[in-house]
Design a protein around this ligand. Structure first.
Ligand code: B12
Length: 376
């Protein structure tokens, strides 16, 4: 296998995953005894995932994306009785194939990133609980999640009402209760302590609770606005709660917001960004294999004169794993969470206004100096 021209890898992933899985089952015949044919199919599918993560890390030149994935995989597969050695064997089989294939411009980087992943298999690093009573609203977030996990949505809503009555802000409830409990739900699912049904229930209940809170803060009158935000998830991304929270925080802070959620067609997104004259475009990706779509979308936004002026911010899990990734996708800014996003948007727009003022004062001379990189 080689990772030639990006496209080659994706063309070859399915075949390569089958080849590697067959080889692993040959040298570890106990796997068939332990997991049977369904286990083989699951292993093949996991290998497809692994190769997608590897490909994305190589394309973005971001070893930490792959290293993080291997750490995540280790914790996930431990729940199925698979060991570090099983994962290492799989990665070494992929490495053998990369080494055996014709060398091209991606080979050295692929080997380097695979070796980092292999090293990660033997490092410790279980993800601790996201709910900690030392954190702000830590005890309350535990009570909220416990209520949901016992199927008590009404109890969870009552708790939120009580918190608001005692003076907690909706922004803090978003951050310390909803976000923290959603992260914990993910960890519990990954370590097989709760089912996918539990995860769906908690997620739907939290979305319901957020909607219930709108009556408390979403105004009907438009006051003077700080700017216009258009927000959307990219590609086949299904994780949308984080972006929705971010959009709500902007709206609470006086921005005019247009939240488009998931599955928005790229042309329609570009039309809308142009129509709404967006000051900031916020793009979200959680799954690493959507990062390259983000890069492509940003290039298209820059190339279209209707949208070229919008300041683009990105965020989501891969950007939190590799805090320099935002630059590689060509964005103007990034933040790890909703509150940080607001501060970054205000910084970017203030910088732009300052530059425009300078340009207005000095005319073409400043224009010539100004160059690209608005606000960064
Ligand atoms: C709920 C959930 C789902 C739901 C999503 C429903 C929905 N309507 O959103 C469903 C069931 C669809 C789902 C599916 C999957 N999921 Co899921 N999911 C989650 C879970 C538990 C919570 C997500 C969430 O609500 N987070 C809370 C929000 C508030 O946090 P956030 O997204 O990080 O957003 C904040 C910041 O990142 C930032 N931010 C976000 N966007 C932006 C944008 C900009 C511009 C800026 C500046 C900042 C910013 O600000 C936000 C607010 O503070 C996470 C766990 C986790 N750690 O997030 C797993 C998780 C993300 N899922 C995971 C997985 C594996 C999957 C699936 C592959 C499972 C499967 N086998 O099918 C699929 C993939 C689907 C897809 N193609 O997108 C893994 C990913 C692991 C990895 N290594 O990549 C996680 C981490 C779970 C885990 N611990 O294993 N999932």
């Amino acid at each position: 296998m080689t990772l030639r021209q990006g496209k080659m890898l994706l063309d070859e992933i399915e075949g390569l995953a089958l080849e590697v899985t067959e080889h692993q089952y040959k040298i570890q015949p106990d796997l068939m005894q332990r997991y049977g044919k369904p286990g083989f199919e699951k292993s093949r599918r996991d290998t497809v995932y692994t190769l997608h993560y590897l490909a994305e890390s190589v394309r973005m030149d971001s070893p930490s994306l792959f290293v993080h994935y291997v750490g995540w995989l280790k914790q996930l597969l431990a729940g199925y009785g698979l060991t570090e050695a099983d994962i290492r064997t799989k990665l070494e089989l992929i490495l053998d194939r990369v080494r055996a294939s014709e060398k091209d411009e991606w080979t050295d980087r692929t080997i380097r990133i695979l070796n980092r992943g292999i090293a990660r298999t033997v490092e410790a690093g279980e993800v601790p609980s996201f709910l900690n009573k030392e954190h702000s609203l830590g005890a309350e977030s535990r009570m909220y999640l416990d209520a949901l996990l016992s199927g008590d949505r009404v109890g969870a809503n009552t708790l939120i009402d009580q918190l608001i009555e005692r003076g907690e802000t909706i922004r803090d409830i978003y951050r310390y209760i909803f976000q923290a409990s959603q992260y914990e739900v993910g960890r519990l699912w990954q370590t097989q302590q709760i089912s996918v049904g539990d995860e769906h229930y908690c997620t739907a209940a939290t979305q319901g609770t957020m909607s219930r809170l709108y009556a408390r803060w979403l105004g009907t009158e438009r006051q003077s606005r700080k700017g216009t935000l258009v927000s959307a998830c990219v590609g086949g991304e299904k994780h949308e709660i984080g972006l929705r929270m971010l959009t709500d925080v902007f709206e609470m802070e006086g921005w005019d917001t247009h939240y488009l959620g998931t599955s928005i067609d790229e042309d329609k997104l570009m039309d809308l960004i142009a129509q709404r004259k967006a000051d900031i475009v916020a793009l979200s990706a959680t799954m690493t294999f959507h990062v390259r779509l983000m890069k492509k979308l940003i290039a298209n936004l820059r190339a279209d004169e209707r949208t070229a002026d919008a300041l683009i911010m990105v965020g989501g899990l891969p950007f939190n794993v590799d805090p320099l990734l935002w630059q590689r996708v060509g964005a103007d800014g990034y933040a790890p969470d909703a509150e940080g996003a607001l501060a970054e948007a205000e910084r970017l727009t203030a910088n732009r206004r300052r530059r425009e003022r300078v340009r207005g004062q000095t005319g073409t001379a400043a224009e010539e100096e100004g160059g690209q990189g608005l606000g960064s």
